[in-house]
Design a protein. Structure first.
Length: 614
């Protein structure tokens, strides 16, 4: 994919992926050296410690036959690592225990515990924590996990202690499963004086000084996170009787320099927790003003989009033996005259943009309105909002994420198809550009840099691999493309690619169809398929006309001219249905994702309409 002298492209090519699949199918077992190569590739590292590799390799030798053969099953390894990546904290803690139990005796002795502390110190330093006073805190934490004071930590002590130890989970990189009332912690650096909501002392340090809850902004020292802090804000009420009772949910402190919503005076810091802030309307008050009217919360400036806790209740009340509510389906009773917002976020879009957007919406809205697409996809969110008469959807991600959500909405058979808005993340985002939501690019990106990157991407996507792709000649394409039963004649054209379009943007803003000349003929009077070049010249592109546009591309150099607006692609047809039949493997791509397609028949036609907010 790169010419001589260029750096190797680190992305996995479709050809490499096919070879990897074939390798996994054929190579059922690997030795220790193969396992080392697997780890280096999977973890994207240049080297991997030998002793750690050996311990991991032995952990997969779960039978005497495997140990004697000195081989392990590759499918077992790949399956376990896939599960581990999105697994539960309990499973990850057990894996970490076996990883640090070097002698395999089932307990962690003092030397092994010291290694864990050293690893957490490295992790804290890497994550930006102030580690100057962290080591004694970690030692006390590990001592507390040794419940029987035996000097060693058993697997049961490690798992039970770790599940209730927030700093341990954070420093080991384990994500906690969020439950109602449980804080969603993240390490944070504070640019101004902040006080702990537990011990009420200032958080000190030059780097990340403590933990802050994403949902309610409850702030604590790392050492105070396990001292039974006040629960996080509720996200629903326990019964239908409590719905409609709007009340503020106050969090104390850290309101310095804010204005009191009650007396309109400035909230001054007194070197401690000062003032209160409502989680839902985000208003701030003095401590004494918070006890005065009005007591009712109006949900603030985002009232039209928020589902407050008093709008969500269980479909039926089911209590367990300890009189705590079990996980049961919830029902929504929205605030009258509002349009609740259902938010889908792809955290992998736009680098770290997706993660920041996810946290921001979890704070601005009810966390039950915000769904991480990496955890179960769009299904749970669509199911939760299914019976709402009037709501809207916001998709945060790239074009692929938007297409995924639109397809899920179409397949869900919803009683009411909600309008969809787009928050573009990353670059490209052609669909978002067409819908006037912007391209999602930072202002600092120069046009030249975008153009150079764009042209290289187009070369990769159209040519795929210059060593393997033969130039497409008109002969094999002629007669293989049908538009509503009409054969497309390409015999007089020299093309390297065919593109089927439905929006006037591709590859980060390229308009392949181009602008159309003004025509006196009404667009609705045109036939279902248009192949006449003169008619195509004056036929504009319309996303809602139930037709697609077919264009031809002459080469990668032409794409640079199209991107700068100097020319457009060759207009071939405008049709409501297109069928492409191939007789040999050809490179194809959808939304920038290329692959090598074996001989096949491709059919594209209109299926459904969805409302999109412009």
């Amino acid at each position: 994919m790169s010419g001589p002298g260029e750096s190797d492209d680190r992305e996995l090519r479709p050809v490499d992926f096919i070879q990897l699949q074939q390798y996994i199918d054929c190579k059922s077992c690997i030795d220790e050296e193969g396992f080392r190569l697997f780890l280096k590739t999977y973890l994207e590292v240049e080297d991997f410690p030998t002793d750690l590799c050996q311990r991991l390799f032995r952990s997969f030798q779960n039978s005497e036959s495997a140990k004697s053969d000195e081989n392990i099953f590759l499918k077992d390894v790949s399956c376990y690592f896939s599960l581990l990546e999105d697994g539960q904290p309990r499973d990850k803690l057990e894996f970490a225990f076996r990883l640090y139990d070097r002698d395999g005796n089932g307990v962690l002795d003092s030397s092994e515990v010291d290694r864990i502390i050293a690893q957490m110190m490295h992790a804290a330093d890497y994550l930006g924590w102030d580690v100057s006073e962290l080591r004694p805190v970690l030692k006390d934490m590990m001592t507390a996990i040794d419940a029987d004071s035996s000097g060693t930590v058993s697997l049961q002590e490690w798992v039970e202690g770790g599940m209730n130890n927030v700093p341990l989970l954070v420093l080991l990189g384990l994500k906690m499963t969020q439950r109602d009332g449980q804080h969603l912690w993240r390490m944070k650096h504070f640019n101004k004086p902040v006080y702990c909501n537990v011990c009420q002392n200032m958080l000190l340090g030059l780097r990340k000084q403590g933990l802050c809850c994403t949902c309610c902004k409850f702030t604590v020292h790392g050492r105070c996170a396990n001292k039974n802090p006040a629960p996080c804000t509720r996200t629903y009420v326990m019964s239908k009787k409590e719905t409609g009772i709007a009340a503020h949910d106050w969090v104390s402190g850290n309101c310095d320099s804010g204005k009191c919503d009650r007396c309109q005076k400035k909230i001054k810091s007194l070197h401690g927790l000062t003032g209160k802030r409502c989680v839902w309307c985000h208003t701030m008050r003095h401590d004494e003003c918070a006890t005065q009217e009005p007591f009712e919360c109006d949900c603030g400036p985002f009232r039209d989009h928020i589902l407050p806790p008093w709008a969500i209740y269980p479909r039926q009340e089911i209590l367990n033996e300890t009189n705590t509510q079990l996980s049961v389906p919830k029902q929504i009773n929205p605030i009258p005259d509002t349009h609740p917002l259902l938010v889908f976020v792809n955290p992998k879009s736009g680098g770290k943009q997706g993660e920041r957007v996810l946290r921001k919406f979890q704070y601005l809205l009810n966390p039950r309105q915000v769904y991480n697409l990496s955890n179960g996809g769009p299904g749970p969110g669509l199911c939760f909002f299914r019976d709402l008469p009037d709501y809207r959807i916001l998709v945060c991600g790239g074009d692929g994420t938007v297409g995924w959500i639109l397809d899920a909405i179409d397949k869900a058979n919803l009683p009411m198809r909600p309008p969809v808005a787009v928050l573009p993340l990353g670059t490209g985002n052609d669909l978002a550009r067409c819908l006037r939501w912007g391209g999602g690019e930072g202002k600092s990106n120069s046009l030249l840099k975008n153009l150079l990157t764009h042209v290289r991407c187009i070369q990769l996507e159209i040519i795929l691999n210059m060593k393997n792709v033969t130039e497409l000649t008109p002969e094999p394409l002629s007669g293989l493309i049908q538009c509503c039963g009409t054969q497309l004649d390409l015999s007089n054209l020299s093309l390297e690619g065919i593109a089927v379009l439905n929006i006037p943007s591709m590859h980060g803003g390229s308009n392949l169809w181009g602008e159309a000349k003004k025509s006196d003929r009404a667009e609705q009077d045109l036939p279902g398929v248009i192949v006449d070049p003169e008619v195509l010249k004056v036929s504009p592109q319309d996303m809602s006309d139930k037709r697609v546009e077919v264009v031809g591309l002459e080469g990668a150099i032409e794409m640079g001219q199209i991107y700068t607006g100097l020319k457009s692609a060759v207009r071939l047809a405008k049709t409501s249905q297109i069928i492409i039949r191939t007789k040999k493997p050809l490179p194809m791509q959808i939304d920038g994702e290329p692959w090598m397609q074996p001989p096949c028949t491709v059919s594209v036609h209109h299926t459904a309409f969805l409302s999109i907010l412009l």
